[in-house]
Design a protein. Sequence first.
Length: 474
Amino acid sequence: MITNDMFCPISGNLFDALCAINKNGKGIAFVVNAEYQLEGIITDGDVRNLLLNGKSLQDKLEDNINRSYVSAGESDSYSDVLNNFNAVIKIIPVLDHNKKVVNYYEFNKSIHIPIAQPHLTGNELNYLLDAFISTWISSNGKYITDFENLFSNYCGANYGVAVSNGTVALELALETLEIGCGDEVIVPDLTFAATINAVLHVGATPVIVDIDPESWCMDPEEVKKAISMKTKAIIPVHLYGQPCDMESITRIAHKHNICIIEDCAEAHGAEFKEKKVGSFGDIGCFSFFGNKVITTGEGGMCITSSKKLYDKMRLLRDHGMSTKHKYFHEIVGHNFRMTNLQAAIGVAQIESIDECLLWRKKLEDKYFEKLHNLNNIILQSNHLLYRKKIAWLVSILVTDGKRDDYIEKLKNIGIDTRPFFIPLSKMNLYRQYMFSNKESSRISEMGINLPTTFDIKDSDIEKIADIFYSHEKL
Ligand SMILES: *Cc1c(COP(=O)(O)O)cnc(C)c1O
């Protein structure tokens, strides 16, 4: 409720205002007439500026207040006025129909909603401690094999090779399939740059193709057109939890005898025709970075059902050193290993992956329920034929051209969002590899990822939806 020290009579001077501000501790005073009708506002910063500009503390408030203040009406709720808070405006008076100050809204700084957050409430700490106490903290230990078995099994593949992160998983897959100099690899334009960087790191030439505007994933028709004599592999990226059209992509790959490496970093557990992503290609690559569906802090995995590819990946992961003959190196390898500590966290995470996908789905449903009526919002497609997407980061498109304004407004009220990835072909670094990019540019400019964390409340979702709604009222 509003206290008397928020007010200062219009008959007073700057000194009176300073006293009120000092007493209420809010950095602002409402300057009112005898009927408590708001004449204007004055902040501590205003007083400081006035003094620096030669005014004195005895100068009348009448001539020195801000009369073009932002106010709210009695029927406005906190979320109605959220939009008006910014770097300067932190307090908004509420006026009745007579302009009498009846209350005020204060920006709540303590609200901070991150875009993503690891959820570590199962056996993570138990297993981590167990691995620690066992002293197997390096890259040998039971959690590594457990994690590899559990995760590959979950995805419907025979083998898993745990690695240090999702990017080297892609590199390991490419090297294992002997893709390098002179080979072309088809990648989608809309993805995280790790996809194309991995191709460049093995010395191959990426060919960037456009996305399909419904799924936001690689468009198989564009893949067809981009195939050349040099094409050795396709990397479909299951973007923002949405599976690619794996039927068409597999058909194309078989026809031309080229490999498929799936980038599943954003789609753990997603399905196409009731088969999990990662199990379609020669090798499926996953990331367990902190913001992914399940996490090991940093980490990744390659899964495959080919014993031959599995053996080769293990060899390459561990310096190319013979498993039978210590210090005898068969190929030029890497150290791409994951530690037993990370794998311990991974094992706990996989125990609750179904639960995790469920709360994500429910959260996405709640967002979509609040947003689906807005004519400036397009929701990510949830029911494309044969596909069962998962909710990684809740993703929407804003069609009124004001995407960046909304991001800024949400940031001002402590809500973290992300714009979609910048299409690879838009960056100088990768432009030369562009084959087609019409839809990806259009979609990318409209896209926002919304906070997707376990503890997000219904009222938070409402607040976020309100930012998009308020535009409609204008
Ligand atoms: C996160 C991500 C990666 C890379 O994973 P890291 O573990 O961070 O190296 C690769 N591809 C896509 C699409 C990603 O989102």
